[in-house]
Design a protein around this ligand. Structure first.
Ligand SMILES: Cc1ncc(COP(=O)(O)O)c(C=O)c1O
Length: 471
């Protein structure tokens, strides 16, 4: 089986590993998982369920210990014959004695979390109330499949002023998240397209390309961003990039490489760049990085962005700007489809933007995140040179490098034992690279106080001491 979907109750008293163990065990008993079926690898399941490696290991170890599954060296885990399971007792809710209790996660340095304390609830509520009125009864009916014009006009205005993106509202298509827009893009680009992806890079993009059976070529990222020379040497026809703030390394694609990338795309009318500008709003130092779309003369850039970081991930509103060349293909391919974003939400957001609340919110959040970044990096600096960090000019995470003999996996486990969750850079790589263990330290969802407690706790878990203060 490619993947197992398990609905995890993160706040339940039942530990996550036990929930996973229970569900797999039940599915085997019920015959949903036939004998001989291969389970997903621990690493893939860990990524898919967004849980720690220890959680999956404990679940699989327990299933193995009880004979539900067996490991075959270098092949994976396989479901065992049901006859051998006849003695199995009904699932007990308490934990098997042989399995150690997982320490609950107290501090999660997730790169995907945002600050929820400072959301402008009052303003949002006002627009929501205004929109939910009989005067807007027409919003109960279907709207424009590309997103209502009111929202597309606001997005156009915002993009023009903040990112230099020059487009008409017609070129903008609103959809429920980058992850939902990408499959649409790859459909109009055809089955023959071959995608260069950043390595390391955003897991969701890789997932979308592979689920849609698209060819992918990993292209290395260094301190100047994507290695454009390697891209030029490859057979790729489409380059997916995060040039303003590479995910996850945080590097900015240098001006020289931007030009080289655009020139590469201009060599062939079938070549395109997908520019994912997911968190460009939060830049703390230096001048804003111009979008590739604004530098493009040849209309080879598909610009993608989202409100996930700037407003909230749960709203599920993102948008893309299609070059005119692809717009017709898009219209033809998706004529029968309605917009994937509720009109009510579109109009609340359009009003929020039109009244200047969005800019106000961004300015406020930029200050809040800048302060959090400052707290984080000041703390980290006091532990140098045992550690170092990069990618602190923008966004909501930094990349922490630990100069040690230990492996990423070991350090992740040690952090978890202290109730801290961190994600290793290796997870985001296609091609393993020799480097010191590195971790994404996301701070968006933590308060300054929590950062002040969690960072020393993390470094203590790794036995890393503060550098002695100079005399
Ligand atoms: C590189 C990148 N692109 C896009 C997104 C946002 O995706 P979505 O709009 O589907 O929430 C993220 C996640 O926060 C991201 O890290």
């Amino acid at each position: 089986m490619d993947m197992i979907f398990i609905e995890l109750q993160k706040h339940s008293d039942t530990p996550l590993y036990l929930q996973i163990y229970n569900q797999i065990k039940q599915d085997i008993i019920d015959g949903k998982f036939p004998v001989g079926m291969k389970l997903p690898s621990k690493r893939r399941l860990e990524e898919f369920l967004n849980v720690s490696q220890t959680t999956i290991e404990m679940a699989y170890d327990q299933l193995t210990a009880e004979g539900f599954i067996a490991a075959e060296p270098r092949k994976g885990y396989f479901v065992q014959a049901i006859e051998e399971l006849a003695y199995v007792q009904p699932v007990k809710s308490e934990m098997p004695a042989s399995v150690p209790t997982a320490t609950p996660v107290q501090y999660d340095f997730s790169p995907g979390s945002i600050d929820t304390e400072n959301f402008p609830f009052t303003a949002w509520r006002k627009y929501a109330r205004d929109i939910m009125d009989t005067a807007h009864a027409h919003l109960l009916l279907l709207g424009d499949p590309h997103g209502d014009i009111e929202l597309r006009q606001e997005i156009r205005r915002y993009l023009y002023h903040s990112r230099g993106v020059d487009c008409t509202p017609d070129q903008i298509i609103v959809g429920s998240g980058t992850e939902q827009l990408l499959p649409l893009i790859i459909r109009i680009l055809g089955e023959q397209a071959c995608y260069a992806i950043e390595d390391p890079g955003y897991l969701m993009t890789r997932h979308v390309f592979s689920e849609n059976s698209r060819q992918m070529i990993p292209v290395a990222v260094d301190e100047d961003g994507l290695d454009v020379k390697a891209l030029q040497r490859s057979n790729a026809t489409i380059a997916y990039v995060t040039p303003s703030h590479q995910f996850p390394t945080g590097t900015v694609l240098t001006a020289a490489r931007r030009t080289a990338l655009l020139n590469w795309a201009a060599t062939n009318p079938e070549f395109f760049i997908i520019e994912d500008d997911y968190d460009s709003e939060f830049r703390y130092r230096g001048r804003p990085i111009p979008s590739l779309q604004s530098m493009d003369k040849g209309e080879n850039v598909i610009y993608l962005s989202t409100f996930t970081k700037s407003l909230m991930p749960s709203m599920r509103i993102a948008y893309m700007v299609l070059p005119p060349l692809l717009l017709d293909a898009y219209r033809q391919a998706f004529i029968p489809y309605s917009s994937s974003v509720p009109r009510i939400d579109q109009h609340i957001l359009a009003r929020f933007m039109a009244d200047g609340q969005f800019s106000r919110h961004l300015n406020r959040m930029r200050k809040i995140y800048r302060r959090k970044m400052h707290v984080l990096t000041t703390l980290l600096r006091s532990y140098e040179p045992a550690i170092s960090f990069s990618g602190d000019e923008a966004g909501m995470h930094v990349l922490l490098h630990v100069h040690t003999e230990a492996t990423e996996k070991e350090l992740i486990r040690e952090a978890l034992q202290s109730g801290i969750k961190v994600r290793g850079l290796e997870t985001y790589r296609v091609t393993p690279a020799p480097s010191s263990p590195s971790f994404l330290i996301g701070f968006g969802g933590l308060s300054e106080e929590e950062i002040n407690i969690a960072v020393p706790k993390l470094l203590e878990a790794w036995n890393i001491k503060k550098a002695a203060a100079p005399d």
